[in-house]
Design a protein around this ligand. Structure first.
Ligand SMILES: Nc1nc2c(ncn2[C@@H]2O[C@H](COP(=O)(O)OP(=O)(O)OP(=O)(O)O)[C@@H](O)[C@H]2O)c(=O)[nH]1
Ligand SMILES: [Mg+2]
Length: 489
């Protein structure tokens, strides 16, 4: 495909920076780790727990350089990218540990630099700079738009919105769409209404009852300072042909704005952030999909395929790959595994592995090592076996967040309860066997649902002597070993 002039300039800028980065990294080993995941996947909690553990002596037996004492010290350093907000680590830790609350939702990109002094296996002292970049997974799902025309995107979005359960949620937008004629004169009010109804449809899809994942363009649900701008005021049109859009027509207007969205939002993200990452962890909230039902799980699978596609797009970009391969490791992590008894952790991992494997097959070769783990960055529960009739069920104990309900009972946020969340099947295929595969909490009464995941408060921490408490976790050390263990050899 021929590159436009602006694309050539962009490629040149990118490769110049790659060369600079390369020279820099030669003397000072550095890793840029991207942490992403769709809204509420657990990004903020993951990064906070990771930094706390590394800087405050967490328990990481599987993270080899840490467990063997080769890491002398890990400390925070000033955030190096002037145009990116700093990850608000201190505040998040305080919220988690002192107030026992989860940090607030964050909608923008943020970054933090950690400097790790370590001893190589051969005894030499070294320093690794770890830049951690937290960005919304929704931005990643926008990258495929770079390779799509307005007409392609329009057709795909429409056909998706006609599938179950989306069709039901799209009726208002579809009725408005039926009144539009793409060839008529452009009309700001029509565009505004279409964009508003389309955005409402996306928002309803994301509601926890449906928990849909694949909802581009990402900024429609998190507009930030672009709210109301033309680059966000467009929507799909029902186009029967692929022909040209007459100048001044509604179709031409929508197409122009779609292209503006790519220029203003998607390309800068690719150039300034995504293309500079070395490693990536994609956090996945599979439990919310279980709470919702099989349709949400299938939608999540499609979103993961979309995400994997991005890594392929990233690699095939002409010059940026000349200097050194970027993103060479991707970890998919199912978060919040503390909602399940440990007997189900391997099963959660198997479900994610199955979903990712199918996505890998579709996304072809990403050129990166991919691994899968089920983890809890902060473990909010303990385990117990609870007698129910004749059976002893593997249950979990935790303090449900205030306002959570189960079986008609509302929790006050202070009382600890034992719950049996449901067993994942030994064979993950069972979860994908059509609509009747399982029932989630949002689609069935609690006593009839197969999965019931409550939100728990962060754990009560115990102090051992004068030591500052560490945050309990599940398999966070395994994630670290895969993500940076090899860079600390
Ligand atoms: N029990 C438990 N809950 C978690 C864990 N990580 C995240 N959560 C829950 O998931 C919610 C979202 O976590 P965040 O870390 O804020 O997720 P995020 O991806 O940063 O979300 P946005 O900033 O909204 O995109 C939290 O408020 C918790 O309720 C975990 O390790 N254990
Ligand atoms: Mg966040």
């Amino acid at each position: 495909m021929a590159l436009s002039f602006s694309e050539v300039i962009e490629e040149a800028r990118q490769s110049a920076r790659a060369l600079l980065d390369y020279g820099d990294h030669f003397f000072n080993p550095a890793v840029r780790l991207g942490v992403t995941g769709l809204s509420r996947a657990g990004k903020t909690v993951f990064i906070t727990a990771l930094i706390h553990g590394l800087t405050r002596g967490g328990r990481f037996p599987i993270f080899e350089p840490f467990a063997t004492g080769r890491i002398a010290k890990a400390r925070l350093a000033p955030q190096p990218d002037d145009a990116v907000p700093r990850f608000d680590y201190e505040n998040h830790v305080r919220t988690l540990m002192e107030q026992r609350r989860w940090p607030n939702s964050t909608v923008d990109i943020s970054e933090l630099r950690l400097v790790i002094d370590y001893q190589r296996k051969n005894g030499a002292d070294r320093t690794l700079t770890l830049d951690i970049v937290d960005y919304p997974g929704e931005w990643l799902l926008d990258l495929p738009l770079l390779n799509k025309s307005y007409e392609q995107w329009s057709a795909e979005s429409l056909s998706l919105s006609r599938e179950r359960p989306r069709a039901r949620l799209a009726t208002q937008w579809h009725s408005h769409l039926a009144t539009l004629n793409a060839l008529e004169a452009e009309d700001e009010q029509a565009a505004l209404t279409a964009a508003r109804l389309f955005t409402e449809y996306l928002r309803t899809c994301r509601d926890e009852r449906f928990a849909m994942s694949l909802l581009p363009p990402g900024r429609f649900l998190m507009p930030g300072n672009l709210a109301g701008s033309p680059a966000l005021t467009f929507a799909p049109l029902d186009l029967s042909d692929n022909g040209a859009a007459p100048e001044g027509s509604l179709r031409a207007m929508m197409r122009r704005r779609y292209e503006a969205y790519k220029d203003v939002v998607v390309r800068p993200f690719f150039r300034d952030h995504f293309s500079r990452l070395d490693r990536q962890v994609v956090l996945v909230d599979a439990l919310s999909a279980f709470n919702s039902g099989p349709e949400a799980l299938v939608d999540l699978e499609a979103a993961l395929a979309g995400i994997l596609d991005c890594f392929r797009i990233g690699r095939s970009t002409l010059l940026s790959s000349l200097f050194r391969p970027r993103i060479d490791r991707i970890l998919f992590a199912a978060t919040k595994a503390d909602h399940l008894h440990h007997s189900s952790h391997d099963r959660l991992e198997a479900v994610l592995r199955r979903t990712v494997n199918r996505a890998v097959a579709r996304a072809e070769n990403t050129g990166a090592d991919i691994d899968v783990v089920a983890l809890a960055a902060v473990r909010a529960t303990r385990e117990a076996r609870v007698q129910l009739g004749r059976e002893k069920l593997p249950s979990i104990l935790g303090t449900p967040a205030p306002g959570e309900t189960a079986g008609g009972e509302a929790f006050d946020g202070e009382t600890e309860v034992a719950t049996f969340p449901g067993d994942l099947p030994a064979d993950p295929e069972e979860l994908f066997m059509g609509e009747a595969a399982f029932r989630g909490l949002s689609s069935a009464p609690a006593e009839k649902s197969d999965f019931r995941f409550l939100r728990f408060r962060p754990p009560q921490l115990e102090r051992e002597g004068t030591d500052e408490p560490t945050l309990p976790h599940i398999r966070l050390d395994r994630a670290l070993q895969f993500l940076i263990g090899d860079r600390l050899q």
